[in-house]
Design a protein around this ligand. Structure first.
Ligand code: 4NP
Length: 164
């Protein structure tokens, strides 16, 4: 079992999409997802403003367009226990990676990286904060960048943890 936590600022726009895309893509490459599956996905925010909220409706819409339902998710804040529980803690951008480095005990720093470090041909290093471009096209771009990162991440997990 490989446990993956996706982290953004609010846990309402980017990381809920990453969680949903990861779960969806894992199933389509034959990996079971959940507490007793091959992989387990979750997401959280470094900020606390939106704790308990469902995902942003623009994230819900773009996910639905690609056949992914993220409406059951609720925002939560990253906690110190997350660094014990998860094998990969993946930040959407450098600001959030910096915050994770401040929060995580030193022995868990090797679990921290940017999601897009796993993208095969990254056009960007960071998943842009959608609060900076509020339109549908912006969320479409966020979705496609996240999907590239997730694809590479799943290939990495299969190669390093689940082969043979
Ligand atoms: P997210 O987007 O980090 O992708 O969930 C944001 C959501 C809320 C805020 C910023 C970014 N905010 O400042 O409230």
């Amino acid at each position: 079992m490989v446990k993956v936590l996706f982290v953004c600022l609010g846990n309402i726009c980017r990381s809920p999409l990453a969680e949903g895309v990861f779960r969806h893509r894992a199933l389509s490459v034959g990996l079971t997802e959940g507490p007793t599956g091959h992989v387990l996905a979750d997401s959280a925010g470094t900020g606390s403003w939106h704790v308990g909220s469902p995902p942003d409706e623009r994230s819900v819409r773009v996910a639905r367009k690609y056949g992914i339902d993220i409406t059951g998710q609720r925002a939560r804040q990253v906690s110190v226990e997350d660094f014990e529980i998860f094998d990969y803690v993946l930040a959407m951008d450098r600001d959030n990676l910096r915050t994770l480095r401040e929060l995580a005990p030193a022995q868990h720093h090797d679990k921290l990286s940017l999601l897009l470090d796993y993208a095969a041909n990254p056009r960007f290093r960071e998943v842009p904060d959608p609060y900076l471009f509020r339109d549908e096209a912006g969320f479409e771009r966020v979705f496609s960048v996240i999907a590239e990162g997730v694809e590479g991440l799943l290939a990495h997990i299969r190669r390093h943890h689940l082969s043979g």
